[in-house]
Design a protein around this ligand. Structure first.
Ligand code: SF4
Ligand code: SF4
Length: 299
């Protein structure tokens, strides 16, 4: 079909109605995110914790945090107001798998009340291998992992620390743990038939050349799509790199990198990075219509 690129048919059949995976579907199907996951278990240098997780969401945005019960109510209200609403994602404001109780409670409530809604989540991958069984149990069919490196020397420049086995680990050791867990989680998901997309943030002078290697590594482990996003670096987005003068890539640099990965696998170019509480079709953000106050009024 249009926009399928060289995706195998059985994968295309699963993703063609998903706005995050199909450029076509972007115009016809709606997705929403609910911000139920406040904590994070790593620190990315480009993250400002005042805002939503910068790995899957638009930087510099503060989403309305919800309890699983509030989130389920909101999803049902949106689904009855917007019939094209087919996908519910959890992407923050921290890491969904650093908040497994809240994330999976939300999935449980939604899968009971609205079993047709597809569930997805995004994660930095550190805790992923521990949760593959639960992800399967709730029939989550799409997982996004943000993988910015597979080389701990480069990782040490991106991640000041990870929280691992009840303590803070820093430097190369931290990056080594993170990359091992990310790749292990990716392999486990694809071995279980769960579709896996990889996001990478392109940071000029840090991981730009290296992302071609990352592309090869994730493809060989079964990721079906690779989405290379630019570091959005400006004080208004509050990125730590940005405050240190780290620039984001130009549009030409981003395109050149995507081109050099193309042929290796499907690249995703249509993503405009949603808010963690995004609601609606691409290009429209109806999140302001569905705040908790307004949902209470609808009842
Ligand atoms: Fe998904 Fe990106 Fe589209 Fe948002 S903008 S629906 S995250 S592909
Ligand atoms: Fe921030 Fe997301 Fe990185 Fe956690 S994983 S530090 S929330 S950008």
């Amino acid at each position: 079909g249009a926009g399928s690129g060289d995706m195998p048919q059985e994968i295309w059949d699963k993703v063609k109605n998903h706005p995050c995976y199909s450029e076509e579907a972007h115009h016809h199907y709606a997705r929403m995110h609910v911000a139920v996951a406040p904590a994070c278990n790593i620190q990315c240098n480009y993250c400002n914790r005042k805002y939503d997780c910068a790995n899957e969401s638009r930087p510099g945005v503060v989403s309305e945090k919800l309890s699983p019960e509030q989130a389920a109510k909101k999803v049902l209200a949106v689904a009855s107001a917007i019939p094209q609403m087919t996908v519910l994602g959890i992407a923050g404001p921290g890491d969904p798998l650093a908040n497994p109780g809240k994330t999976f409670k939300t999935f449980e409530l939604i899968s009971e009340a609205a079993p047709d809604i597809k569930l997805c989540l995004s994660t930095n991958g550190l805790a992923l291998p521990d949760h593959v069984e639960t992800i399967k149990k709730f029939n989550v069919d799409h997982v996004t992992i943000t993988i910015n490196m597979t080389d701990p020397d480069i990782g040490a420049e991106i991640y000041p620390w990870v929280f691992w086995k009840h303590k803070r680990v820093t430097g190369k050791e931290a990056a080594k743990i993170l990359t091992d867990r990310q790749l292990q989680g990716l392999e486990m998901l694809t071995a279980n038939g769960i579709l896996c997309k990889v996001n990478s943030v392109m940071i000029p002078g840090v991981n730009d050349d290296h992302l071609v290697t990352v592309n090869r590594e994730v493809k060989s482990r079964g990721a079906f799509l690779h989405n290379i996003m630019p570091l959005i670096s400006s004080p208004e987005h509050g990125t730590v790199f940005g405050l240190n003068g780290q620039r984001g890539p130009s549009a030409q640099e981003l395109k050149a990198l995507q081109d050099s990965c193309e042929g290796e696998m499907n690249m995703m170019r249509h993503c405009r990075q949603c808010r963690a509480d995004a609601v609606g079709l691409l290009g429209e953000d109806r999140s302001a219509e569905f705040t908790t106050d307004k949902i209470m009024e609808m009842e």
